[in-house]
Design a protein around this ligand. Structure first.
Ligand SMILES: [Fe+2]
Length: 392
């Protein structure tokens, strides 16, 4: 008899063990589903080898969420010759199905990062068309070489596809191969012009934007959220904050501006939250100080890109520091490079381009990565953090 069993740990969280008993089978493909069938708009979350005794086991780490619409785990178990398969399912015990129900106002943001526009804009337009929210965060490396024609090309893509959206950008190392702040004339001659163009549009739509003393980093209050765009690179693709004053300004901003969450946009992740688990040198030359500031403050959602990490990496690219109530998310990129660090077999859909949707309610933060090409969702890029402190 073929069956699947789950050993979960926390409500709403996919972390735990998934045990397959399938004598005579060689592989089990695991998916989320309901009582009737797997959810067809979600990729499988594991491909599990089954040993000759018929045992297979998948250990899900990394704090992923159980999708809201899932009530069952499904396993498609393939016979040893792959000539046939059998589908089995197991209900997820009620107590693991959901953390707190959502309450309060919903904030929805779409995130795109590492688009690397060279000369072919179709991928950029596809990504812009795929975003679900009216408010978009662009986390850097929008262009590949920071050339005037690339920024102008990006602007044309926006005007053709999503002229009505509010887009909040930060600079990436690829955006500043050449000077990014001086010598800009009108429009999008360099990153500075690109940012001015986007923020002017947001201001026209009623957003009030304030700047650091050098006029590069900025902050915008969106209802009860404070969104802060850091500029963490300088000309020549170096991860040097152009001026230390930007970090002083960040510290002051976090401690003096009340907000339910401070959302920091920064092209590269902090070292301790780099999903590639690079324990070497940090990307950010003010890494330690920024980490201290974020730790001291709490209620920070730190959004980054740059690593082109696969959402499938087993350790995960989203983290919740429950003690300080800080969330770190390194988002999957629009342009994939194969530094994925994936273990075993996984669906390659993320390599067609990844977008991220961020949904914040009073008591949850939900993160969902999906394909910009097909819309299919990546279970290993899905998190739903309950942000209400646990009792006791
Ligand atoms: Fe980058």
């Amino acid at each position: 008899m073929i069956r699947i069993q789950t050993n979960l740990i926390w409500p709403g969280c996919a972390q735990g063990k998934y045990l397959v008993k399938a004598k005579g089978c060689i592989l089990a493909v695991l998916r989320w589903g309901n009582a009737k069938a797997p959810l067809d708009d979600w990729d499988p979350f594991a491909y599990v080898p089954v040993d000759p005794a018929g045992n297979g086991m998948f250990s899900f780490s990394g704090m992923r969420g159980i999708p809201r619409e899932a009530s069952h785990v499904w396993a498609r178990c393939y016979a040893a010759d792959f000539g046939s398969f059998e589908d089995v399912s197991a209900g997820i015990p009620e107590k693991y199905l959901d953390a707190a129900g959502e309450q309060g106002a919903v904030h929805h943001f779409s995130i795109l990062t590492d688009l690397h526009l060279v000369s072919r804009p179709w991928k950029i337009k596809q990504a812009l068309r795929a975003v679900e929210s009216d408010c978009v965060f662009l986390l850097g490396d929008s262009t590949n070489d920071g050339l005037p024609e690339q920024f102008a090309g990006f602007r044309a893509c926006i005007e053709e596809t999503v002229p009505e959206k509010n887009i909040f950008p930060v600079t990436g190392n690829h955006d500043v191969l050449r000077a990014s702040w001086g010598g800009d004339t009108d429009g999008c001659g360099n990153y500075a012009g690109f940012q001015r163009y986007l923020l002017a549009k947001a201001e026209e739509n009623g957003y009030s934007i304030s700047y650091d003393p050098d006029g590069r980093a900025y902050a915008v209050h969106i209802d009860d959220l404070d969104v802060i765009g850091l500029q963490c690179v300088t000309t020549g693709r170096k991860f040097l904050f152009p001026e230390e004053r930007q970090i002083d300004w960040l510290e002051e901003r976090l401690s003096s501006v009340p907000a339910s969450w401070h959302v920091i946009l920064c092209h590269a992740p902090l070292l301790a939250h780099n999903p590639n688990r690079n324990t070497g040198a940090p990307y950010l030359n003010r890494n330690r100080r920024i980490q201290e500031i974020v730790d001291q403050n709490g209620r920070v959602i730190f959004l980054s890109g740059h690593t082109h990490v696969s959402p499938n990496v087993l350790t995960g690219n989203g983290e919740y520091d429950e003690k300080r109530q800080n969330i770190y998310l390194d988002c999957g990129s629009v342009v994939a490079t194969d530094t994925s660090g994936e273990e075993g077999i996984m669906s390659p859909d993320w390599k067609d381009g990844c977008k991220t949707e961020l949904i914040i309610t009073k008591n949850t933060v939900e993160i969902c990565m999906s394909s910009i090409e097909s819309g299919i969702r990546f279970p290993r890029g899905y998190y739903r953090f309950s942000t209400v402190p646990k009792r006791g």
